[in-house]
Ligand binder design. Structure first.
Ligand code: UD1
Ligand code: UDP
Length: 373
């Protein structure tokens, strides 16, 4: 293969951008073996742009596919068609996708149709349940079937792939690039913006809440909000910061339930720098996010996972994460225990790094070089 190898990184949502950013940098490093191109689908807009700005990524193309309240079929169709057209123009040697979103799967499918090899970053995570997370479990499975290279963050993820009959010579354990991103962010000196600092000032438990999963829309999100109201009532000095996801299906319910509560601080999505520091400043995180389950162990912050299953059991095994679902009683009971029992809290608030050592991106680069050698 003549150098440089043309690698196209394709992504579209906030978490993909955070986890692709270290890889963009690693592939651009000397010696220059790669011509690196980034293209975004724009599945997210504001939440993606925040990350692009923070990591100074300037995409070559932006498909701008996002529509308000988009449905999965139309979104998938827009991404497949848009990516197909740009692949025809750009003709990369390799397409890299990340994770389990609609962008991930639809971009991999478009590349597969054009006989362009796909490298899948963060491959092999599984719950074994197509309904949880929905549609991400299916997206990740289908991307596996299409990919030529599989970058598994952990041994467990690799074993899942091998158990499904994926050729072992194409599977590489690299760690998760989210740890690389987290390290890069923690190197930057930073103070929380004044409103966040004020929200977390003084004594009393500091909670941080995020939720957005499609399977939790409606009753799930309402139940989580109810749990938070109960917790705030039981702990008169507790405060909760809620960066509200821009999905209208989430934002509407969260605002109806929590807006106006004097100790619930609803804020727009935080940029990654602020969010990492907000995690660090909190005592307890409540979240259904995938990325947060990976970051909380590295930061030593207990996270109650608002889901019944997880494709990241390493965080539970590390002791930092506990699955609590969306049942208000269970959420309140677990959170109350952690806020009142220092031994239980200490047992969970341990820094651990089951997802990598911060060098995942450079390992992925090495495996790509070998693939083309
Ligand atoms: C998507 C991914 C999910 C990922 C999550 C990360 C799919 C099916 N879902 O979920 O796997 O965990 O991103 O956050 O790929 N919106 C905005 N501005 C933004 C982002 C979203 O206004 O910057 C609103 C739009 O109305 C959009 C809606 O949110 O239609 C839903 O966005 P979408 O990407 O379809 O789903 P998410 O729930 O964000
Ligand atoms: N995050 C952020 N700002 C926020 C909330 C989350 O930067 O207001 C980061 C978080 O640290 C993690 C990623 O976004 O790296 C997770 O994104 P999300 O929860 O939207 O998606 P998931 O990881 O569940 O796919």
């Amino acid at each position: 293969m003549p150098l440089p190898i043309k690698v196209l990184l394709l992504f579209g949502t906030r978490p993909e951008a955070i986890k692709m950013a270290p890889l963009v940098r690693a592939l651009e490093k000397p010696p220059r073996r790669f011509r690196v191109e980034t293209v975004v689908t724009g599945q997210h807009r504001e939440m993606l742009d925040q990350v692009l700005e923070l990591f100074a990524i300037h995409p070559e193309e932006d498909l701008a596919v996002m529509r308000p309240g988009q449905d999965l079929a139309a979104l998938t169709a827009r991404v497949v068609e848009g990516v197909d057209a740009l692949l025809a123009r750009r003709r990369p040697d390799l397409v890299l996708v990340q994770g389990d979103t609609t962008t991930t799967f639809a971009a991999a499918l478009a590349a597969f149709y054009r006989h362009i090899p796909v490298g899948h970053v963060e491959a092999g995570l599984r719950t074994g349940d197509l309904a949880h997370p929905f549609p991400e479990e299916a997206n990740r499975l289908m991307t596996t079937r299409l990919a030529a290279l599989h970058f598994a963050p952990t041994e467990w993820a690799r074993d899942n792939l091998l158990g499904e009959g994926v050729d072992p010579s194409t599977v590489h354990v690299t760690g998760n690039t989210v740890v690389d991103a987290l390290h890069a962010i923690l190197e930057r000196p930073h103070r929380l913006p004044a409103p966040l600092e004020a929200a977390f000032a003084g004594r009393g438990p500091r909670l941080l809440l995020t939720c957005h999963r499609r399977e939790n829309h409606g009753p799930g999100v309402a139940a989580v909000c109810q749990a938070v109201e109960t917790l705030l009532a039981r702990h008169p000095r507790a405060r909760v910061v809620v960066p509200v996801h821009l999905n209208p299906a989430v934002a509407k319910v969260v605002r109806e339930r929590l807006d106006g509560h004097p100790r619930a601080h609803l804020v727009p999505p935080l940029d990654y720098l602020d969010f990492v520091h907000a995690m660090r400043a909190s005592d307890l995180i409540l979240s259904d996010s995938g990325g947060v389950q990976e970051e909380a162990p590295a930061l030593g912050r207990p996270v109650l996972v608002l889901r019944e299953t997880t494709e990241r059991p390493e965080a539970v095994a590390a002791g930092t994460a506990r699955l609590v679902g969306c049942d208000p009683e269970r959420i309140v009971a677990e959170a109350h225990r952690l806020l009142t029992d220092p031994a239980a809290y200490r047992a969970m608030a341990r820094a651990a790094n089951p997802f990598g050592d911060g060098r995942a991106a450079s390992r992925i680069r090495t495996h790509i070089e070998r693939f083309f050698a």
